[in-house]
Design a protein. Structure first.
Lengths: 234, 297
């Protein structure tokens, strides 16, 4: 289980996260929703070790990972698929995937993971020799997800994977997330598409200007009036 | 000019150009990863010459061992420069690292001035390499032929490393997006250290061959070749290894051929490179093989 207790993040004068606590049980999909600037990305980036928190603890499977470096956290089985895809435009699709598997040394296992990625995202297979930068936005998002899976993480964190995608692709992304979860991976999903996220989530947190203001089962929040008026356009 | 003379000049240009290219690679790799012009790189090249000199004269090593010693010691120096002068400034504005680089350059030059004095040291001759070969009317040193071959092999090895190995993949990734590369589990500082090691090792190789060809070593011998190699790197498209080598060759050819065809201009020998730099910056700032970079210094 991922457990965050009283996490605070500050950038210069801005207090972006004001002491939040949350839990992601193994095997579950947990989502974090909130408006722009609420601190969703900051939360994920703290977990991944890119941002060092001012106070609070982050533990993964009873191990304190608060002060670990990003590469150490990844080695613990916690991966982040960052906001905005961030694929490497000058590397080929295959190279992007291989980089995702950088920490693994077993070549055969990596080959297997590549095969699995191609099965999950057949379009990537056709384009394996294409430069990442020449992929369409949707394909880039698929590549970003596939790459994040290449380290074979136990916990996959995703920062707005549906951003900027056409409705059909958004559905596809949520379908894939569910599939990943069925294969046994724990998922922490940050989304602005609250409707889609809440539908697949076991549990959800609502983040507002750095604080968690609401939490509950995905299906319950879908029916919550405050959520409906604030995030579901109701 | 007759054809024999031309052939002689051709090989001289090839040699000089390969040496510029080898040094230019160090500039281009570091710039590609850190967006930093490592002003101390010309001095690293100079240290390569001193290390091989002391290997042979002070430690009485055989040549091959002295060369190896120089390459290892220079690579270690490159790593140390990064560790001490650049790494603490990774999060600082880029201009800070640039100023630090200029500081390192002055420091190395003046340290060598104190330690080794400004009096040029005569590099011992390696007879086998500097016995003039005579082909008809063409007179060439074996060294002149060996330098381009060695350089070519080193560049081929480097390209293999960049495109066929994991650290090479990480290097290419870092040059585009350090943060995401960290998310992939790459120990970024190690890869950066490796980059400095490789760039410095290539500069040492150039320094060794330079010292064999122009056997007068002094603490400021790295300044001009350093500038010219930097220009070669810009000309070839900074960030591109192939571009650096091509830029170096073009610069070598320009320098040798202009002097050969217009002996009256030979006093301006060093000025051509700078004229070239100004022209490139006006006409095609990204260089021959360069990609568009958002921000340049
Ligand atoms: N590197 C940074 N330096 C300074 N302020 C930052 C930095 N990163 C984020 N912030 C600030 O922290 C707050 C939270 O940002 P964060 O990116 O976590 O929000 P978010 O919920 O992910 O928003 P979005 O939905 O727009 O992605 C914002 O006010 C933002 O301006
Ligand atoms: Mg965000």
């Amino acid at each position: 289980m991922l457990k965050i207790e009283n996490l605070k993040v500050r950038y210069g004068g801005i207090q972006a996260i004001r002491g939040i606590s949350l839990e992601v049980p193994l095997g579950k999909i947990v989502t974090l929703i909130g408006a722009n600037g609420a601190g969703k990305s900051s939360t994920l980036r703290s977990i991944a070790g890119l941002v060092k928190s001012k106070s609070g603890t982050i533990s993964w499977k009873e191990k304190n990972i608060t002060t670990m470096l990003p590469e150490e956290i990844l080695a613990q089985g916690v991966a982040l698929c960052p906001e905005g895809r961030r694929i490497f435009p000058q590397l080929t699709v295959l190279e992007n995937l291989k980089l995702g598997a950088y920490i693994r040394s077993d070549k055969n296992a990596v080959e297997e993971s590549i095969e699995r990625a191609f099965k999950l995202f057949p379009r990537l297979k056709e384009r394996s020799w294409q430069k990442g930068g020449t992929l369409s936005g949707g394909e880039q998002q698929m590549l970003a997800l596939a790459r994040a899976l290449m380290s074979d993480p136990e916990l996959l964190m995703m920062d707005e994977p549906s951003l900027g995608l056409a409705p059909l692709l958004v559905e596809e992304v949520f379908r894939v997330i569910r599939e990943i979860n069925k294969e046994g991976k724990t998922v922490l999903l940050v989304e602005q598409n609250a409707f889609g996220a809440l539908q697949i989530a076991d549990y959800a947190y609502v983040l507002e200007v750095g604080e968690i203001t609401l939490e509950g089962k995905g299906e319950d929040l879908l029916r919550d009036e405050r959520v409906i008026s604030a995030y579901l356009g109701g | 000019m007759n054809s024999d003379m031309f052939i002689q000049h051709f090989f001289n240009a090839l040699m000089l150009g390969s040496l510029y290219g080898l040094i230019a690679i160090g500039y281009t790799m570091v710039y590609g990863i850190l967006r930093l012009i490592n002003f101390a790189h010309g001095d690293i090249f100079m240290l390569g010459s001193y290390f091989v000199f002391f290997g042979v004269t002070a430690f009485h090593m055989p040549w091959w061992a002295a060369a190896l010693f120089s390459i290892v010691a220079t690579a270690a120096t490159g790593i140390m420069v990064d560790r001490v002068a650049y790494r603490p400034l990774r999060e600082a504005p880029r201009i800070s690292a640039l100023i630090s680089a200029i500081g390192v350059s002055f420091f190395i030059e003046n340290m060598c001035l104190v330690l080794f004095t400004g009096v040029p040291k005569p590099m011992p001759r390696l007879e086998a390499l500097v016995q003039v070969l005579q082909f008809g009317n063409i007179r060439i040193l074996p060294l002149t032929l060996i330098v381009p071959v060695v350089s070519f092999l080193l560049v081929a090895g480097l390209l293999w490393m960049l495109y066929r190995t994991k650290p090479g993949l990480a290097m290419r990734a870092i040059s585009k997006d350090i943060e995401t590369t960290r998310l992939m589990g790459v120990k970024v500082n190690r890869i950066i250290a490796l980059t400095f090691a490789i760039g410095s090792a290539l500069a040492a190789a150039a320094g060794i061959m330079w010292a064999l060809r122009y056997p007068q070593i002094n603490p400021f011998m790295g300044v001009m070749p350093g500038f010219k190699a930097f220009i070669a790197a810009v000309f070839g498209g900074i960030g591109s290894v192939q571009g650096a080598m091509i830029g170096g060759l073009i610069l070598g050819f320009m320098e040798i051929m202009i002097v050969a065809f217009f002996p009256a201009l030979s006093g301006y020998r060093d000025a051509f490179a700078f004229i070239l730099l100004i022209l490139i910056l006006f006409v095609k700032p990204t260089g021959l093989m360069g990609e568009k970079l958002e921000d340049k210094i």
